[in-house]
Ligand binder design. Structure first.
Ligand code: ADP
Ligand code: MG
Ligand code: MG
Length: 482
């Protein structure tokens, strides 16, 4: 496979480009062009192909199975941590003194908690992201998954992931440019295009009103709207449930709570589930109005996906604290389950005033080549790498450092692929990041669902530190299990 990408002739590349582009446009594997794109397609409301790879990327089957197997454990872990007020308090209070955004979110959590939580149920649609790690001299098949992060809000590309798997299966069947020994079962298509809708349907059903609708909380001018639309279409087609799209500002303007039940109404429309595909970045709250919209939804009887508590559990600081000895084990009592989760951790270090934090700080000032420094932010483009870590550490006060964590860089094997972006092909040396979706529903007393919800593979050029597709670094890929 990897040799093939580099030996393709120009004619073969042209055929791949034309067939892949037509498939993408016919199947909704598309995004909106950037707002500043002045080409005529954009002017007429047109779309461009979602950035994808042409070939699926070889991925060790054992590593994939490990990631799938532990997803229900991660789903349950998020829920259990979200119930532990004291644990969240300790972490969030220390972050709040140095991070205004975390403070705002934590204040919201406190406010709704003090008022009394109207809706006891929680819906989680998570994605745990991994890069595979190989020890020197190890065979590719022995690679182990190492967790990059656990996302608990607004996980994207569930739909486009499935469609990219379909694209690769189609190219495999029609072009003959793949090595001929690939069995269809080695190309697993992700079920995420339907699993996310099914999670929303389960929560809608639990809410219990036939006339209510699901609300997707969206960013104004979303370019990745088609990934989201597939969820809406599948929710209607497979479950008979209607989904409406509202921004935080629209919720503030059009929303109200029933004074007795706290049911959320947008105009005359009752909302069963508030599903966030926004509300995770500082830029999602340009004014107080957006915070008002969030607070209204959070106070309401609607089932939140995620709850504010789940969102807080997704903080990188929580990931780092869990990695310290004994902390994960506080939440995961089964030793085998805890060991499986722990095996997916890489080195994580605090930057606080503890002895471990001071040691990590001193060590990073001397050598930061194998580290990444992360603030409590989501959406890509926020991390600091290499020598920049030292520059940044010198600028920050001891207190300010506490807003960040340090993590060992995971260095995956490099493969070759051909990437299709904005209708153009590009050969590249690439590395990949696997994401496993998790679907979890709890009614406040018992677990209703705890499922694996399919997968995502994102692939980027080796020269890029960051991996976001929406941020323009990566493409959507699929797995060739080997
Ligand atoms: P975000 O919440 O912004 O997505 P991530 O922790 O996922 O933050 O970091 C963004 C990107 O940075 C990842 O997709 C990955 O490409 C890269 N990255 C993050 N942590 C590591 C790591 N430990 N090793 C290698 N690359 C990393
Ligand atoms: Mg994230
Ligand atoms: Mg990420």
């Amino acid at each position: 496979m990897s040799d093939l990408a580099s030996t393709l002739t120009e004619d073969q590349l042209q055929i791949l480009k034309d067939t892949a582009l037509d498939f993408a446009l016919s199947h909704g594997l598309v995004v909106r062009p950037p707002a500043n794109d002045t080409n005529s397609a954009a002017t007429f409301g047109g779309v461009i192909n979602a950035p994808v790879s042409i070939f699926p990327t070889p991925f060790p089957i054992n590593a994939f199975n490990d990631a799938v197997k532990i997803q229900p454990l991660y789903n349950q872990l998020v829920h259990d941590i979200a119930q532990d007020d004291a644990f969240l308090k300790e972490i969030m209070e220390s972050l709040s003194t140095v991070d205004d955004f975390v403070k705002r979110l934590y204040d919201l959590y406190i406010t709704v908690k003090q008022e009394g939580i109207a809706q006891p149920a929680s819906l989680g649609i998570h994605r745990s992201d991994y890069i595979i790690h190989l020890n020197p001299g190890q065979d590719f098949s022995e690679a182990k998954i190492k967790q990059v992060e656990l996302n608990t809000i607004s996980v994207s590309f569930g739909s486009l992931s499935s469609l990219t798997g379909d694209l690769h299966k189609y190219l495999h069947a029609t072009t003959g440019y793949f090595t001929d020994k690939i069995d269809d079962s080695a190309l697993p298509v992700s079920e995420s295009i339907t699993s996310i809708a099914s999670g929303l349907a389960s929560a809608h059903q639990l809410y219990g009103s036939k006339t209510a609708k699901v609300m997707m909380v969206v960013q104004p001018g979303e370019r990745n709207a088609f990934d989201q639309r597939w969820i809406e279409y599948n929710l209607l087609k497979n479950h008979g449930v209607v989904l409406i799209r509202k921004t935080l500002a629209e919720i503030a303007d059009q929303g109200r709570l029933d004074p007795k039940t706290k049911a959320l109404y947008i105009g005359d429309q009752e909302i069963s589930v508030a599903y966030y595909r926004s509300a995770y970045a500082t830029t999602d709250y340009p004014t107080e109005k957006e915070w008002d919209g969030r607070l209204l939804a959070e106070r309401s009887l609607a089932i939140k996906c995620p709850t504010i508590a789940y969102q807080l559990v997704g903080a990188k600081k929580v990931q780092q604290v869990l990695a310290t000895p004994g902390q994960l084990e506080r939440f995961v009592k089964d030793p085998e389950a805890a060991a499986q989760l722990r095996a997916s951790f890489t080195g994580l270090y605090p930057l606080d005033s503890s002895p471990e934090g001071m040691a990590a700080y001193e060590a990073a000032l001397v050598n930061s080549d194998e580290l990444v420094m992360k603030p409590q932010r989501e959406g890509g483009g926020n991390n600091i790498y290499g020598k920049d870590i030292q520059t940044e550490l010198r600028k920050l006060s001891a207190e300010q450092r506490n807003a960040y964590i340090l993590m060992d860089i995971i260095r995956p094997p490099i493969t070759k692929n051909v990437l299709l972006r904005k209708g153009e092909l590009q050969r590249a040396d690439v590395v990949s990041e696997l994401g496993i979706y998790g679907i979890y529903l709890h009614d406040g007393r018992k677990e209703i669902r705890n499922d694996n919800g399919g997968h995502l593979l994102r692939t980027k050029g080796v020269e890029s530190n960051e991996g976001g597709v929406a941020a323009g670094f990566a493409v959507i890929d699929s797995l060739l299990l080997v």
